[in-house]
Design a protein around this ligand. Structure first.
Ligand SMILES: [Fe+2]
Length: 421
């Protein structure tokens, strides 16, 4: 847009971000036993070996080949590793099932070649060009840079489901806490601004655009998410047992990413959207809409809206449990400095928050040039919006307009909820 000077592209920081992503991928793959790379701990996902090839292949294809028009590196491997699968589609999974994958040596050599080309492009190629849709505002470069950390989170979900004998993670300390009882806080009526305008931020996925205001009536919201301790009462009343819980010799335990511990009562419970709805009904409450989440997270009693629950400051570890500071949750009251203007804790971090809102496009939605299937394949009304972040959500993805979504009964996501009334 004329009159709005685009900030100069900081190539060095984009390159460093790419390298940080690649390092984290390597660290995650290093937790998996070499003999487990063909395992599919989540049957509707590919084996680990696919993701080792997919991450660099997607980056090379999206930025170098499709956006910049560079020559292919290896057409067979590029085709093989191009796309993941939607965990709801058995047909899709069957179509992608294969007996043999290329050796990890061959994939490693391919990945190194992709990395070299991507880094070279980030440093030197014309990655920003307003007359090419894929290069408008450096879209393809950012697509690549945010795609990989999103896989870090879903890769962690898969590692979580892997047999403990076939993985080895870093030693972790886990802390439970005595919590004051959750209370309901009154959230005054006001406007929630959903979505963003392209010029507001360096990048957003297509489903984030279409900035619009939604009037929200007054409602009450829980000061923190529903905890394992809260859920235990529901189980005693006949409610479902969360996927990550296990019972041994009469004691409830929690399966963390790499270890198993006595159930920490003060951690947010991770459940499906359907289970969350059942709990809310049992309590005579309900799940918030996406607009209500915005209202209690970014809204204020004075009516202004802020970029983060805590205000304007960039997201830091003190604000919440996100950014891979650890793999697992913490007590829901561990981050008072991240509280929203209404005093709500853990609105960002420690687990995504389920909403009652089916994932749908905002007004004026257009599929993005760099990745047109990213959102458009999921607007069929069976996925629900999740907001916030989990412990393994990259800090770069912590922004007001970011939206995540899963099937209502997908049990592997790090998603919790709070009730409203
Ligand atoms: Fe992907």
């Amino acid at each position: 847009m004329k009159g709005l000077a685009a900030p100069a592209l900081d190539r060095a920081s984009l390159r460093d971000w790419y390298r940080r992503n690649r390092r984290r991928s390597a660290e995650l793959f290093a937790t998996i036993a070499p003999e487990a790379f063909a395992d599919r701990p989540i049957p509707l996902r590919h084996p680990f070996v696919f993701y080792e090839g997919h991450l660099p292949a997607f980056s090379f294809l999206t930025l170098c080949e499709r956006a910049l028009g560079e020559a292919p590196l290896d057409r067979d491997l590029e085709r093989l590793f191009e796309r993941g699968i939607d965990p709801g589609s058995l047909d899709d999974a069957a179509r992608h099932a294969r007996d043999a994958w290329p050796s990890r040596e061959r994939i490693g050599a391919f990945a190194a070649a992709c990395d070299a080309r991507v880094v070279d492009a980030l440093e030197h190629a014309p990655i920003e060009n307003a007359s090419v849709p894929r290069l408008l505002r450096a879209q393809a470069a950012y697509t690549v840079l945010e795609h990989e950390p999103m896989h870090h989170e879903t890769l962690t979900y898969i590692i979580h489901q892997l047999d403990p004998a076939r993985k080895h993670g870093p030693r972790a300390e886990h802390r439970d806490a005595e919590l004051p009882a959750a209370t309901m806080r009154s959230i005054g009526a006001g406007i929630a601004t959903l979505g963003a305008a392209p010029q507001e931020q360096p990048f957003g996925w297509d489903n984030e655009f279409g900035r619009h205001e939604v009037p929200v009536s007054a409602f009450d919201a829980m000061t923190y998410p529903v905890t394992n301790g809260d859920w235990l009462a529901f189980v005693h009343a006949g409610g479902p047992v969360p996927h990550f819980w296990t019972e041994r010799e009469g004691e409830w335990r929690l399966r963390c990413v790499f270890d198993e511990i006595p159930l920490p009562r003060s951690w947010p419970v991770y459940v499906t959207q359907r289970q969350a709805c059942a709990y809310a009904r049992w309590r005579g409450l309900r799940l918030p809409s996406e607009a209500e989440y915005h209202r209690y997270t970014f809204g204020t009693p004075s009516g202004e809206e802020r970029p983060f629950p805590w205000g304007d400051a960039a997201a830091q570890p003190e604000h919440g449990n996100f950014g891979f500071a650890r793999f697992d949750p913490e007590p829901v009251d561990a981050h008072p400095r991240g509280a929203s203007a209404w005093g709500l804790l853990d609105t960002i971090g420690n687990g995504w928050e389920w909403t009652a809102t089916p994932f749908a496009p905002f007004p004026g939605f257009e599929p993005m040039a760099s990745y047109p299937q990213y959102s458009a394949d999921f607007f069929e009304g069976r996925h629900y919006v999740m907001k916030g972040a989990s412990p393994v959500t990259a800090v770069e993805l912590v922004r007001r307009s970011f939206r995540n979504w899963f099937y209502a009964d997908y049990p592997y996501a790090y998603a919790t909820f709070r009730c409203v009334a």
